[in-house]
Design a protein around this ligand. Structure first.
Ligand SMILES: *Cc1c(COP(=O)(O)O)cnc(C)c1O
Length: 368
């Protein structure tokens, strides 16, 4: 059986008419950037995420950049980031001119280990950026306590975890100002690029609103060195159709993960996802770990099972970050996770027969 890594079809097909109607509404309005649809979506997303304010922006990377800028973080400031995240988290810090301080994750969950953060804090540290990787909430209460103790800001990268929570509190609502992405394949995806900043601070929300629109509140008067990172009316209107479906899609992802757990149990040298006490996992990805990653990847691909690697090379080993001079061996936990991780097919609407086909293909793998 051919099982793709991802499919939009089960999400979008039942919504086709509603999505087309949203398109027509925007088309007819003749208002295409920052308008009523964006305002409505911001309120609906803020309510979903249990924060006072959501500010729509152009994409997830910009959301993180604007969050850092709103906090006044820049050159000379240190920001603690996970050593094993998607490069966007690091790029946001680099783009504001601040200094990256990578910290190794907990190898069990792939998430930032609160116990590892303390030693990385210096007098220059300004912020901690936890990433809820693959959709699992980080241990936010401990991270927030550490931040309070040391007078630091927290900026959550919630790009992969819309709908996740720790101890019942949603990710994206803990930090002082947080960023998320609505890239099409995220748990809540637009039909193009989009992102949002979430915060409980009216002041920080206002700063982000100004920064996303050329640093301007009054047209042609610019109070800050801003960006063009506005959210389109069309993407906001489409997101408004999809947002009410997100809890149902999350349940489907969790059901698929439970089927994987069941059908992949007790395979030697195959570690299934581990969820920390108190955390929920919304399974943006279902990631297994095996020392035979390359061989298993090839085996599954040859059987038309769509697998992916998130991510094959940690940021410090990317050519883009050559100038940091962090050679192989600098972050052994991140490097080991990158060498052993494999993302199995995961999308809302996937059925148990498809999960069984993936599991059967994995069980048929014989390594040398
Ligand atoms: C997708 C993603 C981003 C960036 O989002 P874009 O909308 O693609 O800019 C940032 N951080 C993480 C962890 C992501 O997965």
């Amino acid at each position: 059986m051919n099982v793709p890594a991802f499919s939009f079809e089960p999400q979008h097909a039942p919504l086709r008419e509603a999505l087309m109607a949203a398109f027509t509404r925007v088309y007819d309005s003749q208002w295409y950037v920052l308008g009523n649809e964006v305002e409505q979506f911001e309120q609906e997303y803020a309510s979903f995420n249990q924060v006072a304010h959501a500010v729509g922006v152009a994409n997830g990377l910009d959301a993180l950049v604007l969050a850092l800028r709103a906090l006044g973080i820049g050159p000379g400031d240190e920001v603690i980031v996970p050593s094993n995240t998607y490069i966007a988290t690091w790029l946001a810090v680099t783009q504001v001119g601040a200094t990256l301080v990578p910290v190794e994750p907990d190898p069990a969950t792939s998430n930032l280990d609160p116990n590892g953060i303390g030693v990385a804090i210096t007098p220059r540290t300004k912020a901690i950026m936890p990433v809820h990787l693959y959709g699992q909430a980080c241990r936010m209460p401990e991270i927030m306590a550490l931040a309070t103790e040391h007078g630091l800001f927290v900026v959550e990268d919630n790009a992969q975890a819309q709908g996740a929570a720790f101890a019942g509190i949603p990710t994206g609502s803990f930090g002082h100002v947080n960023g998320t992405s609505f890239y099409p394949s995220k748990n809540l995806g637009a039909l193009g690029d989009a992102g949002a900043v979430t915060t409980n601070s009216a002041e920080l929300a206002q700063k982000v609103r100004v920064l996303r629109n050329y640093g301007s509140q009054q047209k042609y008067y610019n109070e800050a060195l801003g960006y063009n990172s506005r959210l389109d009316e069309l993407q906001a209107a489409l997101l408004r159709v999809k947002l009410p479906e997100l809890p149902r899609w999350t349940q489907q992802r969790q059901q698929i993960a439970a089927w994987y757990d069941q059908h992949l149990a007790n395979i030697p040298q195959l570690r299934l996802p581990i969820i920390a006490d108190g955390a929920t996992h919304v399974f943006h990805q279902y990631v297994v770990h095996t020392p035979f990653r390359a061989e298993l990847h090839q085996h599954l691909t040859s059987l038309s099972i769509g697998v992916q690697v998130h991510y094959p090379l940690p940021p410090h080993l990317q050519q883009a970050y050559q100038s940091l001079q962090l050679p192989a061996g600098s972050f052994p936990v991140a490097e080991e996770l990158a060498a052993t991780c494999l993302s199995l097919p995961m999308w809302p609407g996937m059925n148990e027969a498809q999960v069984q086909a993936v599991a059967g293909a994995i069980r048929s793998f014989q390594h040398q």
